[in-house]
Design a protein around this ligand. Structure first.
Ligand SMILES: Nc1ncnc2c1ncn2[C@@H]1O[C@H](COP(=O)(O)OP(=O)(O)OP(=O)(O)O)[C@@H](O)[C@H]1O
Length: 240
């Protein structure tokens, strides 16, 4: 059974649809890369999946008791605020020190607990956000451009860390990213957005699709992308 099943979602703002007819299942054990050009609605879809943004229409079924972890695209912290990483990880809920350390270890940031947030590099801060997102051992971990600010080697290492987390927690991971080649090495499935899900499948399959190549300018434009990945209505689906 899918952890989350989205059916016929329309997502938009001020009456203007951004994404339509979105059908997506997310299953335990997979690493799904959500790709698309700037402004194609990747963040909006993630926010809809976690329940932070209501869809204009359609429905989302979530497995009962589903625990989600979310690494947002931006999190502004006032640099003048004195706060250690361990303290930050305790907001809003307190956790035993061992649990904080385990999350930092899994996020590849074992030595950062006592550091002041304001002294962290961009890459270190991303790892702290990852640690925070896995504290509650989520069934579903969603990351919105969490590798931003990392260099090539840093991104590779970050994705390897995610693969280890996926195995350790036996969770599903959804990654929004612009690092096409790197994310496709770690992903087990890829879905590309442009008004809807224009193509999805295994990384190898999607890399060979005209819709993918056209979306990212990897070949000459091949006309209007076709819609793929249409699912039957989920039996547990209620209209949102
Ligand atoms: N709360 C909102 N109110 C109005 N418009 C919004 C809101 N959130 C997002 N949008 C608009 O929806 C569009 C898609 O934004 P979104 O951030 O989901 O895209 P994205 O694919 O994640 O973009 P990027 O790759 O640049 O991060 C943009 O035009 C954005 O301005």
């Amino acid at each position: 059974m899918a952890l989350i099943a989205a059916r016929n979602l329309t997502i938009g703002f001020a009456g203007q649809p951004l994404l339509e007819q979105v059908n997506l299942d997310i299953r335990r054990g997979e690493i799904l890369a959500l790709l698309g050009p700037n402004g194609s609605g990747k963040t909006s879809l993630l926010r809809t999946l976690i329940g932070a943004l209501p869809p204009s229409s359609g429905c989302i079924s979530r497995q009962s008791g589903l625990v989600t972890g979310y690494v947002p695209q931006r999190l502004h912290i006032d640099e003048t605020l004195p706060m250690t990483v361990n303290r930050f990880l305790q907001l809003p809920n307190r956790h035993p020190r061992e649990k904080l350390q385990q999350a930092l270890d899994q996020a590849g940031a074992p030595a950062l607990g006592a550091r002041q947030l304001s002294t962290l590099s961009g890459g270190q801060f991303q790892r702290v956000l990852l640690a925070r997102a896995i504290l509650e051992k989520p069934d579903l971990l969603l990351l919105d451009e969490a590798s931003q600010g990392l260099d090539y080697a840093g991104i590779r290492q970050f994705y390897r860390q995610l693969e280890q987390i996926q195995q350790a927690l036996d969770c599903a991971i959804v990654i929004v990213s612009h690092d096409l080649n790197l994310v496709m090495q770690s992903a087990t499935r890829v879905a590309c957005l442009s008004g809807t899900i224009v193509c999805q499948g295994s990384p190898d399959t999607v890399a060979g699709m005209a819709e993918y190549q056209s979306l990212f300018g990897l070949d000459s434009p091949s006309g209007h992308p076709a819609t793929a990945g249409v699912y039957p209505i989920h039996p547990n689906c209620r209209e949102a």
